[in-house]
Ligand binder design. Structure first.
Ligand code: PEP
Length: 253
């Protein structure tokens, strides 16, 4: 039985003061951490403060960076390393987000290198994959997603895969207000798990959590979470408001 995992991706939306307010408001609300795992991904500038707030209250809330450099260290102006985000208090990093792929040209190869860098630096990984609208309409959604999973996890050994969470995020559903139907999402999640089973065997594949992302809201999360292979949600917009974020976390009442 996989524990549900609800992760908020705050993107580039909040000031440091707003991020601090949001995490404090969230932690002030009673959450049954026996039933659900929770995480937040603030921007780099807010990361330390958010992580300190979480750690001071001793809540089991994961804190992620939204990106890391593929490089370990050196003359890479504007980049932020895995070790830097870890020292700021992050335990996780989101990699392969479609905004990184489409706006910043990150390829599966680069994402694979970043996954390795993250794991080497003791960061867990939320690895995002997903097809574009053209790929879905062209009938190649499954192939595209499976291809991404295979390449992004290339050379990631069995003993490290338990530190990776997958997130299926159809590109056409992110920030657009369009959500994949629970049946469509479940189909892809099932195929991802089948592929993980080929790569790592059925026992390991059964344990890996696969989140859904793409316009998840309090009114659509329950139907998604009822599906066998949907283990949680990676949420952008609806995680920016404490009331809706808490409704998502408490999706099962
Ligand atoms: C995301 O950023 O990963 C995301 C799914 O965004 P939204 O929930 O706003 O569609």
């Amino acid at each position: 039985m996989r524990k549900p995992y609800i992760y908020g991706n705050w993107k580039m939306n909040l000031s440091a003061a707003e991020s601090a307010d949001l995490i404090s408001s969230l932690l002030a609300i009673k959450i049954d951490f026996n039933k659900v795992d929770v995480g937040v991904a603030p921007d780099f500038c807010s990361l330390k403060k958010v992580a300190e707030t979480v750690h001071a209250m001793d809540y089991p809330v994961s804190v992620a960076a939204q990106n890391i450099s593929v490089e370990e260290k050196g003359a890479f102006t504007g980049e932020v390393s895995a070790a830097m985000v870890a020292s700021a208090g992050a335990d996780t990093v989101i990699l392969g987000h479609s905004e990184r792929r489409t706006i910043y040209g990150e390829t599966d190869k680069v994402i694979n290198e970043k996954v390795k860098t993250a794991l080497r630096n003791k960061l867990d990984v939320i690895l995002c994959v997903g097809e574009t609208l053209e790929e879905r309409e062209g009938g190649v959604a499954v192939e595209r997603v499976i291809y991404q999973v295979g390449l992004c996890l290339q050379d990631i050994k069995m003993d490290r895969i338990d530190r990776v969470t997958l997130a299926y995020e159809p590109v056409w559903a992110i920030v657009t207000g369009k959500t994949a139907t629970p049946a469509d999402a479940e189909e892809i999640h099932g195929k991802i798990r089948d592929h993980l089973s080929k790569m790592y065997g059925p026992v390991v594949a059964k344990k890996v959590r696969i989140l859904y992302g793409g316009s998840v809201k309090p009114d659509n999360i329950s139907a998604l979470m009822m599906r066998e292979n949907i283990d949680g949600a990676l949420v952008g917009g609806a995680s920016l408001d404490v009331a809706s974020f808490v409704k998502l976390i408490n999706f099962n009442g």
